[in-house]
Structures are given as C-alpha cells and as structure tokens.
Design a protein around this ligand. Structure first.
Ligand SMILES: Nc1nc2c(ncn2[C@@H]2O[C@H](COP(=O)(O)OP(=O)(O)OP(=O)(O)O)[C@@H](O)[C@H]2O)c(=O)[nH]1
Ligand SMILES: [Mg+2]
Length: 342
C-alpha cells in the first residue's frame, strides 16, 4: 500500500468514525478503569520523576498484567525518552507512556485481509474451553458478510450436542450455512466435508469451530494437528488462518496458552475476548511483546457487533485517555483500516 492511501485511510478513520471510537471507549470502560486507576492514577499530580517513581510505575505495569518482558521494554525506552526530553514531572510521563504502549502494539496491528482467491479461505479457530471461540465465529461471520464475502461455518466441536446447536444458531442468525455431523463424530472429517462443500458452492470463507482444549491434553492437540493435515489434502495452503481465541480476563494464563498453541499449531492470528469485562487490559501488551503474532480482533461483549478489528492507537487511547492529557497515542500512525474483512 502506498503512503497516500495509507494516510488517507488513517484520516478517513479518524474523521468519519468518532461514534465508533466512542463506542469502543465505552465498551472497554471496565478494563479501562482498571488499567487507568491502577496504572495511571499515581502519575497524576506533579511528582518529580525519580528512581522511586519509575520503580512504582514498573510495579504498576506488572500488576496491570503487562508482564515482565513487555514492562522492561517499556521502562527502558521510557528512560531514554525521559533523558532525551529532559522530563521532570510525572504529569508529562502520561503522554510518553501512551507513546510507548502504542509503539509496542503497532507491529501486531495487522488486520485480517481475505485475499481474492478461487478456493475458500479457511479460518481454523482454536483455544481453551470457554475463551469465546464460537461467539467470535458468529461475530466474524457477520463482519465478513458485510465485507461482501460469502461464509460457511463448520461445526468442528463435536464433543457436545450443545456446541453444534450453538454454532447452528449463529449460522441462522447470520443466514450462513453450517456443516455439521452428529455429536461424537470425527472433528477432522466434519471440517474436511465442510471444505469440500464450501469449494463446491464457491464460498469465499469457511470458518471452522473446534472444541475447547488445554494445551496439556496431548491427544486433543493431536486431533487439531490432524485437522490441519486433513485440510491440506484438499488444499495445501489450508488453513489460511489459524486463529486462537484468548479470554483477556485470564491474565498471564492467556499468554502461556498462546505460546503452547503456537508451538503446536503455528498460529497466524489472535483474538482477545472479554475486554469489556474486568480484564486488566495489560495482557494485550504482554502478548504483543512476547509473541509478535498479529492481533486480528478484540471481543468487547457478547453481541454480534461486539468484535473490533484491532487498532493499536485506538486501543491505547480507549484504555488510557484521561480526557485532559495531551497524550499523543490517538493521533499518530495507525494503519487503522476498515478492511479487516475486505
Ligand atoms: N463479555 C464478553 N463475553 C464474551 C465475549 N466473547 C464471548 N463471550 C462469552 O463467553 C462465553 C463462552 O463463549 P463461547 O463462544 O461459547 O466460548 P467457546 O470458546 O466456544 O467455548 P467452548 O466451545 O466451550 O470451548 C459465552 O457466554 C459468551 O457469550 C466477549 O468479548 N465479551
Ligand atoms: Mg465453542
């Protein structure tokens, strides 16, 4: 993409979507207040920047779930900015911190772009129990359709009848076909059939649900690897996206889940859900810093529209803007595109 279209898109998003920006802000309210009150509250007032203050900031970042790795990166960079800009009081740290947070997230802001191709683009959705996989699939199906794509769902969670029904309900809600077999059937075979059917019907995107599992359950992880192998028999490039759905409320646990699933499945994207809840929000930074896997979307509620393409600047300002700060996070570079599903 050329610099002009980049700048144009940036401008379009900023100018035309204040309502969307406000909505994200509101949905993240609880996460936002946890993050802000605990982390940023103590920066208020003109305290001198001294080693104690920096140590306290470091502690606050760790307590906000940002993690040791990301925290040390942020603190190193912040220290350099403090000396370069000769900053002296804590008020001025707010904007500098916003910039650091955004810089950390920018590399993982890589929207999911579905290319035009002759065969279905296959998205395999994985993760632990209850992280929000099936709900995210329902939301994503709607977004993709709005982006002009035809969608089919595969009920690859064959463990529980309720799981199949849940996906069927999302299918009905969005008027998209759902391929399923009865409970207890082989997950890989359901997804294989679905890809055959999607190919025959010229479907643009096939999204496959899978049962929640722990990375420690070796048999179940093998089952996921089998899904990949079986898909490759029909299309060597499938799945085109292996998406893990992580519950943002589970803190550092989400990070280790992502790491383990990545080792087994070569993840290509992440969705972090439940950021409308009491999640501390910092986990997003920890994951970005430690794994570098693109964050495609964030989940900010249970409704069909509560899925947002991940945008670093918007996320940081939603989390940290105080309304009075001169922080710059909302205004600098962001490939804030509306084509998450273009
Ligand atoms: N508040 C909130 N709730 C969510 C979000 N995403 C999913 N949920 C809820 O989390 C619960 C679990 O969601 P599911 O989509 O069933 O999770 P799953 O990963 O498919 O679960 P299993 O199939 O059991 O592994 C449901 O009650 C969802 O409504 C979100 O972004 N915010
Ligand atoms: Mg499910």
């Amino acid at each position: 993409m050329g610099i002009f279209s980049f700048l144009k898109r940036q401008r379009d998003t900023r100018q035309e979507d204040p309502a969307a920006e406000k909505a994200l802000d509101e949905k993240l309210t609880r996460t936002r207040s946890t993050f802000k009150d605990n982390l940023l509250g103590f920066l208020r007032g003109k305290k001198p920047i001294d080693p104690e203050l920096l140590e306290e900031l470091e502690n606050q970042l760790i307590m906000a779930d940002v993690g040791v790795d990301a925290t040390s990166r942020i603190m190193d960079s912040l220290s350099k900015t403090i000396s370069a800009k000769k900053m002296t009081d804590s008020d001025s740290l707010h904007g500098a911190l916003q910039e650091e947070l955004q810089a950390l997230l920018q590399p993982v802001e890589q929207p999911l772009v579905i290319p035009d191709q002759d065969t279905p683009f296959v998205i395999l959705v994985v993760g632990v129990n209850g992280s929000g996989k099936t709900t995210t699939i329902g939301k994503l199906a709607k977004q993709l359709q709005l982006g002009g794509k035809s969608v089919m769902l595969a009920a690859g969670d064959t463990f529980r009848a309720a799981a199949i029904e849940q996906l069927q309900t999302w299918g009905e809600r969005n008027s998209v076909p759902v391929v399923s077999q009865q409970m207890g059937s082989d997950s890989a075979s359901v997804i294989f059939d679905a890809l055959q059917s999607a190919t025959a019907r010229n479907i643009d995107v096939l999204i496959a649900d899978t049962a929640g599992r722990l990375h420690t359950q070796a048999g179940l992880m093998d089952e996921l690897k089998k899904v990949k192998r079986v898909l490759a028999k029909l299309d060597v490039s499938a799945p085109h996206e292996t998406l893990i759905v992580l519950d943002g409320g589970t803190g550092q646990n989400a990070l280790s889940q992502a790491r383990e699933f990545h080792a087994a499945m070569d993840l290509t994207g992440l969705v972090i859900t439940k950021l409308d809840g009491t999640a501390k929000g910092g986990i997003v930074f920890a994951i970005a810093s430690s794994l570098g896997i693109p964050i495609r979307f964030i989940g900010v509620g249970e409704k069909v529209d509560d899925l947002e393409a991940f945008e670093a600047a918007r996320f940081v300002s939603a989390l940290t803007d105080t309304g009075t700060s001169a922080g710059t996070a909302g205004g600098s570079s962001s490939d804030a595109s509306g084509d998450a599903q273009a």
